[in-house]
Design a protein around this ligand. Structure first.
Ligand code: GDP
Ligand code: IMO
Ligand code: MG
Length: 431
């Protein structure tokens, strides 16, 4: 039995797409268990770039089955356009390669309007969401008033649920937020048509994945967002609305934790964050701008500049604890080349007291001052390294130091965006 979960160990955008693409070679089935099109997973294959918001990053591997499971919130318009673009580029020629959960909740236009209206209302304290309607859709799901993909293929049930949903949402939009209303008829017809177009993909995904596992398939789960954005364990309220941690991959896909053999956390060799919320190691100077420029740190979904800072070990240690990490895939080590010295945050100081753990309260997290250790940098371009021994001594020392301060083995080192710019030290499907 070999099923591996890949999750983000920081604040998202760690390079999960690239890592999932690499591990897909060794898997049979790739599953997106949580989140929605707030995610933007980028892969580069022989210089050609792909950005996926909903479809698993394994889709470029012919013959591999890809699944969007029930824990995902699906904007059908976005999914259909992603399917269309892939087909145009010669991929996904067989519809049966992509399976989508009948029980996944649907993002409707009022979710997007509410997301935007709410953010506007929050002003300075806004979360900085991706404005894709993610939060309002998950709220409906938890309130048991959501509309699911199975409803889109049942016209009467859909009409009834949409009417009920619109009654309250339009009241809120119009009377509380002073925003536009969503019409029933146009929305009904549009989404019914989406349901029909998606129907070839809709199945019981939990049954499918578990059956695959029973028959010996290797399953790879592609987490979205990052550990510190988890609704229960992240920097609340500056989080997303789903469980981004390894447990979320199990609930989101309907696969038991007993079926999982490894969890790989993806982490950059430094740290970034998009949107608001605490970020103790954030850099506001030229060094930060240098990382942003060299790392092209601009969001794949919204194009926003990402906040950049030094590697934060307590954050990755926290991710190791919450996810039971078997290993870390360290990305973007190449971006640090040329920096004369590097800093690593090993602990925080809050009100003059040293703290080794991530603070639980937002106030303490916002007040946390990083305690840094400095290490020597390296000048060499490392993007052609394919073995760990090809890296300059200082880069190897940096990787070993990160292993020491996080307590997790670094099983992969990524030295460029392209699929082949990778050093695999240990393969979770072979270990
Ligand atoms: P994800 O959301 O975790 O999949 O990450 P994103 O795709 O949003 O952001 C990661 C960005 O870094 C993408 O543009 C990747 O192509 C790029 N990337 C991934 N690994 C590396 C690496 O090792 N070096 C460099 N320079 N870029 C990388
Ligand atoms: P991937 O999968 C980085 C952030 C948003 C915002 C907060 C809430 O590409 O790593 P939401 O729209 O989810 O309600 O926004 O979460 N966020 C991400 N940041 N990467 C992501 O996904 C993110 N998905 C959401 O910027 O701060
Ligand atoms: Mg991303």
């Amino acid at each position: 039995m070999k099923s591996v979960i890949v999750i983000g160990a920081q604040w998202g955008d760690e390079g999960k797409g690239k890592i999932v693409d690499i591990y897909s070679e060794f898997a049979d089935t790739i599953v997106r268990p949580t989140g929605g099109n707030n995610a933007g997973h980028t892969l580069v294959v022989k210089g050609e770039k792909f950005v996926f918001h909903l479809i698993p990053s394994g889709i470029l591997h012919p013959g591999k089955k890809c699944v969007i499971s029930n824990g995902v919130v699906v904007d059908p318009k976005v999914l259909l356009s992603e399917i269309g673009r892939l087909k145009e580029r010669g991929y996904l020629q067989d519809d049966s390669q992509l399976k989508v959960g009948l029980l996944a909740n649907v993002i409707l236009p009022y979710h997007i309007l509410l997301d935007k209206a709410r953010e506007e209302r929050l002003g300075d304290r806004k979360i900085g969401t991706t404005a894709r309607g993610i939060g309002p859709c998950y709220e409906d799901k938890i309130a048991r008033t959501g509309i699911r993909l199975c409803d889109l293929v049942r016209p009467n049930a859909f009409a009834e649920k949409l009417r009920a949903g619109l009654e309250l949402k339009n009241f809120l939009l119009k009377n509380y937020y002073g925003a536009g209303e969503v019409p029933f008829q146009g929305t009904y017809e549009e989404y019914l048509a989406y349901g029909e177009r998606l129907s070839v993909h809709l199945i019981d995904t939990s049954l499918f994945i578990n059956e695959e596992i029973r028959q010996g398939a290797k399953v790879l789960f592609e987490g979205a967002q990052g550990t510190l954005l988890d609704i229960d364990h992240g920097t609340y309220p500056f989080v997303t609305s789903s469980n981004t941690t390894a447990g979320g991959a199990c609930t989101g896909s309907g696969v038991s934790p007993t079926k999982i053999s490894a969890v790989i956390g993806v982490s950059k060799a430094y740290a970034t964050r998009v949107g608001g919320g605490p970020f103790p190691t954030e850099l506001f100077d030229e060094e930060g701008q240098g990382i942003r420029d060299r790392g092209n740190e601009y969001g794949s979904t919204t194009g926003r500049p990402r906040r950049c800072g030094w590697f934060d070990a307590p954050v990755v240690r926290y991710a190791a604890r919450l996810n039971g990490l078997s290993g870390v895939a360290l990305t973007k080590l190449d971006v640090l080349s040329g920096m004369p010295r590097l800093k690593v945050c090993v602990a925080y100081e809050v009100d003059g007291v040293r703290r080794d753990q991530v603070p639980l309260s937002l106030e303490d997290f916002e007040a946390a001052k990083p305690v840094f250790e400095q290490v020597e940098g390296w000048k060499e371009d490392i993007s052609s390294a394919r073995e760990f021994g090809d890296l300059p001594k200082a880069a190897r020392k940096y990787v070993h130091m990160l292993e020491d301060v996080t307590g997790v083995e670094i099983s992969l080192v990524s030295v460029g965006a392209d699929r082949n710019e990778t050093i695999i030290r240990k393969n979770p499907f072979r270990a």
